[in-house]
Design a protein around this ligand. Structure first.
Ligand SMILES: C[S@@+](CC[C@H](N)C(=O)[O-])C[C@H]1O[C@@H](n2cnc3c(N)ncnc32)[C@H](O)[C@@H]1O
Length: 280
């Protein structure tokens, strides 16, 4: 039974970091004309109403996207991310937050393809509706982890794979390293983006160490903590593990992360990590 709904969390600090990394990777793959596949294993609903009951209840976007989207010192590197936000918010006030599938929908080209999966009975039809006229996209109510076997490697031999579970089911922490291993065997040149929360540092570290020990080269980590680690309930930090990052990504994140921390770590008790976990 899935109870997690991303609509309570859309646009929070974790989404901002995740989607910045995603847009930079999409920008990088678009530098060549050759098509690529965007595979999103845990897609969510696609579009989130920020003035809706769910987002208002948590107010998480207020300390996330709302803090940055109208600043006048936004690094140029964020221009694709901002273009998508503006596309869904042509007015003064932030109304919608576009999730990962809609970000890809806006940034991908005619020749590219999207494979999106979502299991939630309410979110799946919403996602499907968003793509009803988009011939580039396949939208399925299927297990996202299974797609890593059935849809890889892509015909184009180029791809971005976003693995973004809610970790509502604790087995996700164990499933991810296994799923990456299986996917990487099929498609070793893909760019894999794995989102993770820090609720229990021990649990997160265990998963990251398992990924490091898979024997895969070229792995980077970008993490933003807005609080120090603690034993209480709730997420203190989140991050992205990137396998086969585009060559400019690390340098780009070195520029962006300190700026992002300044905007989002309101109490100045957090931290950033910009690290190569496994080198070339
Ligand atoms: C964190 S949200 C995704 C957010 C989205 N990627 C974004 O960035 O906008 C995780 C989603 O995964 C869905 N989900 C959970 N288990 C799944 C599975 N095995 N396969 C596909 N979707 C799943 C949940 O219903 C939830 O909507």
């Amino acid at each position: 039974m899935l109870s997690y709904r991303h609509s309570y969390h859309a646009g929070n600090h974790a989404d901002v970091l995740k989607h910045i990394v995603l847009t930079l990777c999409i920008d990088a793959l678009k530098e060549k004309d050759k098509p690529f596949l965007y595979l999103d294993t845990h897609s969510g609903a696609g579009r989130y109403l920020l003035q809706g009951e769910h987002a208002e209840k948590t107010g998480e976007y207020l300390t996330g996207i709302n803090r940055i989207w109208q600043r006048d010192d936004i690094p140029k590197l964020l221009s694709s991310y901002l273009t998508v936000l503006q596309r869904y918010n042509p007015f003064e006030r932030l109304k919608y937050y576009p999730g990962s599938p809609l970000i890809a929908k806006q940034l991908l080209r005619e020749q590219d393809r999207l494979n999106l999966t979502e299991l939630h009975p309410t979110d799946y039809p919403l996602l499907r509706q968003e793509f009803s006229k988009d011939r580039r996209a396949t939208v399925l109510r299927e297990d996202g982890f299974a797609q890593l076997k059935s849809k890889l490697p892509p015909l184009s031999r180029r791809g971005i794979i976003l693995i973004d579970p809610s970790y509502e089911i604790k087995e996700d922490y164990q499933k991810i390293p296994q799923a990456i291993q299986a996917a990487y065997k099929r498609f070793a040149t893909g760019t894999y983006l794995i989102w993770y929360p820090v609720v229990s540092r021990k649990q997160t570290d265990r998963m990251i160490n398992e990924i490091i020990n898979l024997g895969i080269r070229r792995i980077s980590q970008y993490e933003l903590a807005i609080k120090p680690d603690n034993d209480q309930k709730g997420m203190t930090a989140s991050g992205m593990i990137v396998i086969n990052p585009p060559w400019k990504l690390h340098e780009q994140m070195q520029t962006i992360m300190p700026w992002l921390k300044d905007q989002l770590d309101v109490e100045s008790t957090g931290n950033i990590t910009v690290k190569q976990l496994v080198a070339e």
